[in-house]
Every structure is written in structure tokens, then in C-alpha cells.
Design a protein around this ligand. Structure first.
Ligand SMILES: N[C@@H](CCC(=O)N[C@@H](CS)C(=O)NCC(=O)O)C(=O)O
Length: 172
């Protein structure tokens, strides 16, 4: 068996050596995460990476300095959102997609993102709910506080959040 074949075999056999350890042991470059501490989706990725046991190289992006709008970053992610992952040249953005990818690629087992279709579908539903409804509603509130310096949350925004949680429907 040549080196390539044995590496392939190890990759296909997570029970022999966890992938997270394997990638570390063969000195694969760490996946790079463009991130900011104040960003909830970035922190979600960092929490997931910690739980998975994969080490990420963090590259700080300051949203207040508008780093994300620099040409160099827009070449990586034309939608200029963080978190953005660069895994050996493979670029992924959106925290939900990144988390699922990290689980599938580096997870010791499938406990965080099960292969079983029914169990996975429940997790997908929660992820899509966050992605399509919850984050958008809460972002509207956070934006008015952090960017427009508002000190109170308008009643209609609170009602939208309640409605979104109860019905799973986005902002009208
Ligand atoms: N659905 C996306 C949302 C990402 C997002 O909106 N990130 C914000 C920071 S929390 C951002 O990058 N804002 C800067 C911009 O859009 O230019 C995810 O989950 O990753």
C-alpha cells in the first residue's frame, strides 16, 4: 500500500483515528475563520469548533472598521459576511453551513450532526429556523441599538419576534 492509499484508508476510517486528530497529525493547514468576537454567528462557529475539537486559525474582521468591505475580503466572500471559512482554499460562508461542514469533516463521530436522516432533519429545522427567522428578527433589534444608538426596543419589533417564534414565519 502506498502513502496515498494509506492516507485514504485512514480518512475513510474515523474509528481508527478521529479525523480532527488525523488532520492535525499530518500537519494539514488549519482552516482559517474570518471572524469577529461581537458577532453571534461567528461565536456559534467557534463554539461548534470547540465541541468538535477542530482548531481554527482566527482572522479578525472589524465590522466597525468595515474590514469586510475591503476588496481582498470581497474576493473571498462577495456577500462580505462573517463568519467565512477557508479550508485549504475551499471557501464557505454562513455559520449554519460552516458548522455542518465542520461536523461532517472533522467530527469524531456523528453525535453533533447525525447521519441518521430523521435526527438530522430535526437539527436542520432548528438551523433553518435560526437562519431564516430568528437571526433576522433579532438582528433588526441589535442593529437599532448598536448602529442607531436607540435605547428602547420598539413594541412592533418585539411583536415580530413573538410572531416569528410562534409561527415560524418571517417578518411580514
Ligand atoms: N446568516 C449569516 C449571517 C451573517 C451576518 O449577517 N454576519 C454579519 C455579522 S453578525 C456581517 O457579516 N455583517 C457585515 C456585512 O454584512 O457586511 C450567518 O449565519 O453566517
Amino acid at each position: 500500500m502506498n502513502v496515498d492509499e494509506s492516507i485514504h484508508l485512514l480518512l475513510l476510517s474515523p474509528q481508527v483515528i478521529p479525523r480532527s486528530l488525523f488532520y492535525r497529525s499530518v500537519r494539514m493547514p488549519r482552516p482559517i475563520l474570518y471572524t469577529a468576537e461581537m458577532s453571534p454567528p461567528c461565536r456559534a462557529v467557534l463554539l461548534a469548533a470547540e465541541a468538535i475539537g477542530v482548531q481554527l486559525e482566527k482572522r479578525e474582521i472589524s465590522i466597525f472598521n468595515r474590514d469586510q468591505l475591503q476588496e481582498s475580503f470581497q474576493k473571498i466572500n462577495p456577500q462580505h459576511t462573517i463568519p467565512t471559512l477557508d479550508d485549504n482554499g475551499h471557501i464557505i460562508w454562513d455559520s449554519h453551513a460552516i458548522i455542518c461542514y465542520l461536523c461532517d469533516k472533522y467530527g469524531r463521530d456523528d453525535s453533533l450532526y447525525p447521519k441518521d436522516l430523521e435526527r438530522r432533519a430535526i437539527i436542520d429545522q432548528r438551523l433553518y429556523f435560526d437562519c431564516g427567522i430568528l437571526f433576522a428578527l433579532l438582528r433588526g433589534i441589535a442593529f437599532s441599538i448598536f448602529v442607531h444608538n436607540q435605547t428602547t426596543i420598539p413594541e412592533d419589533k418585539i411583536e415580530f419576534v413573538k410572531e416569528g417564534i410562534c409561527t415560524g414565519r418571517p417578518i411580514p
